[in-house]
Design a protein around this ligand. Structure first.
Ligand code: IMP
Length: 429
């Protein structure tokens, strides 16, 4: 039995969806442990495309059990919508293969309102959130006023918690010129949706504990990326959850010793959505080329992603903090045809060189990347499925990144198709 944690090692959108789907063929249980429907995973199987935001990517595979852990903030209406749209595509979803933690906090409509109100009220310096209510929902969780999934069984508790949150939210809403929360409406809407969602709600820690005793393989599916981590990311331009691998334990109720292997999903270049520092960001024709070839448009918001060269300082740092054992290098095919590929190997900050990413947002914004160049390769790596079939230049690029980051690539992906993956070492072995 091997339990694998799969996390993004950059700013998200590293191609986790495809890999979770691919790796879930070897797992029995797939668990989301943080974030919410701010995530966006695209899975392509044959000619069918599935876009998932909240459900674990393993849901498209029969015989797998998918779990939404307590570390996730759950928008019930979005969950229902996603379940229904997959059912329409013929995917089987019931309480046997989908389980939602009874202690997961819920995202309610006024969380979404507050997210947007804040973003709009500070257009110049906003975070660039997905406006899904993620931050405000986590604030209420930490503020000990959240409505949690299991509370849906108790109508009195629903009322009480809505009222508690309204006491907190209403002054904020009034300050921004918004109407007060219609508590009755929220209550009635919740009663209605709870009929559909209650069958999935259970103490998932118990299910996971039994799965471990029964030697099942568990795949923990991280969302977003390490540089959006609330503690270790480019604060305040981050999401509101911990995106590092260690949170898989807390966010699902599994002891840390059960997390056996951490796979860091890493794009062969770098992208970011939303505001905040990005040392290797490009603004020239190379940006256009990466954006166009990589289809760098946000899955959730449709916003264009910012693009830049690979930053080995960031990935090395995150590898250490998150405890990444091996890399899954994605979208190598996007670098086809470049004569020269640059990789950031250190930073210059005024008159100093740094081999790490500093903590302050001011310094993070000021560091200048110092690059080493490597020659590109002729031909295309698209669709290549074995290491020996990669052009020598592409092999050299992968080896160069491994050397700089200090760990090996276990997998390399060469197209969005599930099978177009080079397996060097299975994380489940
Ligand atoms: P929030 O998570 O909606 O609060 O957004 C906070 C920041 O995280 C913004 O910069 C978003 O663009 C970014 N973000 C949130 N989820 C994702 C994701 O799944 N991929 C990439 N960026 C994300």
């Amino acid at each position: 039995m091997v339990n694998v944690v799969l996390v993004g090692s950059q700013w998200g959108d590293e191609g986790k969806g495809k890999l979770v789907d691919w790796l879930s063929s070897q797992a029995d249980v797939i668990v989301r442990f943080q974030g919410g429907h701010n995530a966006g995973h695209t899975i392509v199987i044959d000619k069918d495309t599935y876009k998932l935001s909240l459900l674990p990517s393993g849901i498209v595979r029969p015989e797998k059990v998918c779990i939404i852990g307590n570390g996730v903030v759950v928008d019930l209406w979005k969950l229902e919508e996603e379940i229904e749209s997959l059912k329409l595509k013929g995917i089987k979803i019931n309480s046997e293969n989908l389980k939602v933690a009874d202690n997961a906090s819920l995202i309610l409509p006024f969380h979404k309102d507050l997210d947007s109100i804040r973003e709009d009220s500070n257009k110049k310096n906003n975070i660039g959130t997905t406006r899904r209510g993620i931050g405000p929902a986590y604030e209420d969780k930490v503020g000990r006023r959240s409505l949690r999934a299991g509370d849906l069984r108790d109508p009195e508790m629903i009322k009480k918690r809505i009222n508690l949150m309204a006491l907190h939210h209403n002054p904020l809403r009034a300050h921004f010129g918004q109407s007060l929360i219609d508590e009755e409406k929220v209550y009635n809407d919740l009663l209605k949706i709870s009929l559909k969602i209650l069958p999935y709600i259970c103490p998932v820690w118990r299910y996971l504990s039994d799965s471990i005793k029964n030697k099942k393989n568990i795949l923990f599916e991280g969302a977003q990326g390490a540089l959006l981590d609330i503690d270790y990311g480019t604060y305040p331009y981050v999401t509101s959850s911990n995106t590092l691998a260690g949170y898989a334990s807390v966010g699902s109720g599994v002891g840390v010793h059960n997390l056996n292997y951490v796979l860091g999903i890493t794009k062969a270049y770098t992208t970011r959505v939303g505001s905040g520092p990005f040392p290797t960001e490009l603004f020239d024709k190379n940006f256009e080329r990466l954006a166009q070839k990589g289809h760098e448009i946000g899955t959730v918001t449709g916003r264009p992603r910012r693009c830049g060269w690979f930053d080995s300082v960031l990935v090395r740092q995150i590898t250490e903090i998150s405890g990444i054992n091996g890399l899954a290098l994605t979208k190598l095919d996007v670098l086809d045809g470049f004569d020269e590929i640059k990789v950031c190997t250190k930073y210059k900050l005024e008159d100093r060189f740094l081999d790490y990413f500093p903590n302050s947002i001011d310094e993070q914004s000021k560091v200048e990347p110092v690059y080493e160049s490597i020659k590109g390769w002729k031909g295309s790596v698209r669709g290549v499925r074995s290491w020996k079939d990669l052009p020598k230049g592409a092999q050299d690029y992968v080896k160069f990144l491994e050397h700089l980051v200090g760990i090996n690539a276990d997998l390399v992906t060469t197209s969005p198709e599930r099978e177009d993956t080079i397996l060097i070492r299975s994380p489940f072995s």
